[in-house]
Ligand binder design. Sequence first.
Ligand code: QAP
Ligand code: CO
Length: 167
Amino acid sequence: MALLPILRFPDARLKKIASPVEKIDDGIRTLIANMAETMYEAPGIGLAATQVDVHKQIVVIDTSEERNQLLVLINPRITHMDGVQVYEEGCLSVPGIYDKVERAAEVDVTFLDIEGESRTLKADGLLAVCIQHELDHLQGKVFVDHLSQLKQLRIKTKLAKQARITA
Ligand code: QAP
Ligand code: CO
């Protein structure tokens, strides 16, 4: 197992569109184990392969209190959305930045599990937000893309300053 480096916004590689996984082989299983380890260590509640510079349709999520309900979504598709909710989001690729984003309140998502079995999940609340946030990453989209241009500019300035202090 290994911790993977996480791309930081506004890295251009966060804009890449992920390709479907064709075969769940040992390389994919190792990648998923390392993504889960990286998410838990951060700590975070969701991580998309895009964020570790692997442009395949893979997401790991755990929104449980106990941090023991790992959800692995391979080739996920949202098949139904309903209602509206606003949630204060963050992102491991945008450290220290949190803002409200409007999304669907409920989603149905179809995906392959780690065994390659096709599954469907109905989600609401935080899990529904997290699924939409992580699927955005696979399409090259970061939560700050949902914010105003002015807010995006302020976030870029703040992160650039932070990077200078850290360096
Ligand atoms: C996406 O985000 C999400 O800024 C997952 O300094 C977030 O795990 C979906 C994190 C909120 C729904 C609601 C962020 C950790 C983790 C930070 C995360 C930070 C340390 C973010
Ligand atoms: Co994110």
